[in-house]
Design a protein around this ligand. Structure first.
Ligand code: PPS
Length: 301
């Protein structure tokens, strides 16, 4: 499919957005959540697809396995605010999901979440990823996703990320806004990409306990195996290779899936400037992101 030129960023209720995420604004805001809906909320490129697939497997892996091989993840877990007449309407998909629960994805900052999700006390899973890996992933995504504004060169992109001038706005505001919400809204489970990478089994247990699920050990083993990076990368139903908006000639959606890849991108000067700026913006000592984890397989070699 032919895409129009890349979209422009514009300020929308104080947050930079593109029209792909605002065209259906009224319908998104008036979306009628149901009490058993589960919302997956993330800043873009935090590992949304990873958690989406885990939830999908937990709820439907045993009961409707045919879904897994016939319907792409972006249709099984609709992206609520994404809408364009010629290729996708997250609201339509979500409204017509035949499943119960309905699992729905959003990148909206907390203040933009449709009010019915709060009124229905829906379960919300938030996944955060450290800013340095997040910006690297977002930069590369911009190169291959044709509905992203042109990311330009790495140095200018990094600056714009630090200023919050990217789609869905400031990473700093996003992770902090959701973290603060957790203090007053108990049906919110806040997870970290780095912890998932370090110990997926432990995070799966915590997630199941939040959701009130108790899968068998065998089922959990199956899920952990299914959602390993390489397995997801080779699975056309979750790796976005069927998505018309992405150009896989430039890059794969499942790019590297690592903690610490930022070290291959940041110069020493960029890193120093980033750290200084980070300290000024991330004042809450209770919210901590790790930019590296110990790879025990390597450590003991
Ligand atoms: S999106 O477009 O915002 O929905 O993208 P999102 O799914 O949030 O993030 C994509 C990044 O997550 C990585 N990913 C994984 N990492 C580890 N394990 C698994 N299973 C996994 N699945 C997806 C994906 O590779 C992107 O990160 P980068 O760093 O670019 O590789």
């Amino acid at each position: 499919m032919e895409f129009p030129p890349r979209p422009e960023l514009f300020e929308f209720h104080g947050v930079p957005m593109t029209h792909y995420f605002t065209d259906l604004w009224e319908r998104v805001q008036n979306f009628k959540a149901r009490p058993d809906d589960i919302l997956i909320a993330t800043y873009p490129k935090a590992g949304t697809t990873w958690v989406s697939y885990i939830l999908d497997l937990l709820y439907f892996g045993q009961t409707s396995p045919e879904r897994l091989t016939s319907i792409p993840i972006y249709d099984r877990v609709p992206f609520l605010e994404l809408g364009h007449p010629s290729f996708y309407s997250g609201v339509d998909l979500a409204e017509n999901l035949p499943t119960s629960p309905r699992i729905i994805k959003t990148h909206l900052p907390v203040q933009f979440i449709p009010k019915s999700f709060w009124e229905q006390n829906c379960k919300i899973v938030y996944l955060g990823r450290n800013a340095k890996d997040n910006v690297v992933s977002y930069f590369h995504f911009g190169r291959m996703d044709m509905i992203e504004p042109d990311p330009g060169d790495w140095n200018s992109y990094l600056k714009r990320f630090m200023e919050g001038k990217v789609v869905f706005g400031s990473w700093y505001d996003h992770v902090n806004g959701w973290w603060k919400k957790k203090q007053t809204y108990s049906n919110l489970h806040y997870m970290f990409y780095e912890e998932m990478t370090e110990n997926c089994a432990k995070e799966l247990d915590k997630l199941c306990s939040f959701l009130g699920l108790s899968p068998s050990l065998e089922e959990k083993k199956q899920i952990i195996n299914e959602v390993q990076f390489d397995n997801m990368k080779n699975n056309d139903m979750v790796n976005f290779s069927t998505s018309p908006r992405m150009n896989f000639k430039i890059l794969h959606f499942m790019r590297k899936g690592k903690v610490g890849d930022w070290k291959n991108h940041f110069t020493v000067a960029q890193n120093e400037e980033f750290d200084e700026d980070y300290k000024r913006k991330m004042k809450d000592p209770t919210l901590h992101f790790r930019t590296e984890i110990c790879d025990w397989n390597v450590a003991y070699k």
